[in-house]
Ligand binder design. Sequence first.
Ligand code: SAM
Length: 467
Amino acid sequence: MSNPLPAALITSLEGLPGFDRAPFEQVHAAAEKITSLRFNPLKVRTPGVQGNILAALSDADAARVPWSTTGYYLSQRPSFTFDPYFHAGAYYVQEASSMFLEHAVRATMDLRQPLKVLDLCAAPGGKSTLLQSLLNEQSLLVANEVIKPRAALLADNLSKWGAANVVVSNNDPRDFGRLPGYFDLVVIDAPCSGSGLFRRDPELIPEWSLENVALCSQRQQRILADVLPALKEDGVLIYSTCSFSREEDEVILDWLADHFELENIPLDVPEAWQIVPTVTTKRNCTGYRFYPNRLKGEGFFISCFRKRDMAGSGKRKETKQPVVSVKEKELLSQWIQLPDGYSYWPHQDEILILSPQLGADIALLQQQLYIRKAGVKAGQLGKKELIPDHQLAMSPLTVASVPVVDLELKAALQYLRKEDPGIDTSVKGWALMRYGQMSLGWAKILPNRMNNYYPKELRILKDISGL
Ligand code: SAM
């Protein structure tokens, strides 16, 4: 390992539940790289398809992540850039410990209900894609990121995920005070000092200091205090970090119990998972510590609370919904299979497809938040034609009659490089380019060539000639 762990970090961890210095230092020195991914149930519906994708990644026997229903460990790290399934949003490459969020959500929420969920610190989208996969179609996920370029990355990743019940916003946590009592579940995957990632990213080690831990702890308190008014009575708060430091973990739990009407929720966690429960001495709050020397994952901390006694949830303003005309609907129906309860939302010269809860609340959310993406963008509607958007290609909402062209691996990668793969097809006009039955994007097929509509900013830049 290039950088030794800071002595002040080790000293500060002594005495914490589950901390065992020698194996902790050894596992960091060994610097094993663990790769895991989580499938997208919207696109990968059967074990057969999962198997095909894992086999294509040369990992047909990939082991399950114990606390996730769709997570797998890979035995090596493949080049995801060269896997069209990655670009199709078939899976998200996510660190395994973080996938425990699924267990926490299943234990604390009734997922059959229509839920409004906020992922406040969401970029690049690991927790948001996981949350979206757990929610039903009547639910709504607001994935927020305060830093603008990171919000753009978050929007790209959620577009690729393909669901219409997601809004991506670019707001400061305090802006959510304008939506009092709105959310059933708020997830705060807080910015932190990052010691939990030192095995994976040793270059982060020199940036660590006790001063920064203290600053992070103060910032975490500020973020929590700002967003808590947006949580409804009886709603659930899930707080997580990738830091081992007490000041960002147990100290925050006690601070929450001291300052807010919050009741800590302990979880049932099988001992075999080797996740270490930690109970605060002051307020008896339970959190869960993930150590890389005990389990197959990086450092992580998580805890859940339920909110009690809220002082009024504020009135909503009624707003008028703009609608699309009958003629426009007819045109859209040539492209889109609109599920029951879903609606179209005309926005400037574009049409968005919104899930039921999002359709009901878009006007309110638009008034209060700076929205980067809402639902699925169908495309630009001209007088006679829809110019379909990439988000539509990434969603499961297209009608079966939309022409498709199935590409081989090489042609798929050429398409993803925004080249013309020179395919021989009888298809004419707009078509979905696919790989292994999964949509990659749009192309317009003309008599002698193809116009490639894959988004320029997403294209593969790496050379594929050697493949
Ligand atoms: N949840 C993400 C995931 O699973 O992919 C990772 C989130 S990362 C741990 C924390 C995020 O908080 C970063 O995207 C960072 O930009 C954002 N952040 C930084 N400062 C913030 C602040 N003051 N308020 C809210 N979010 C902040």
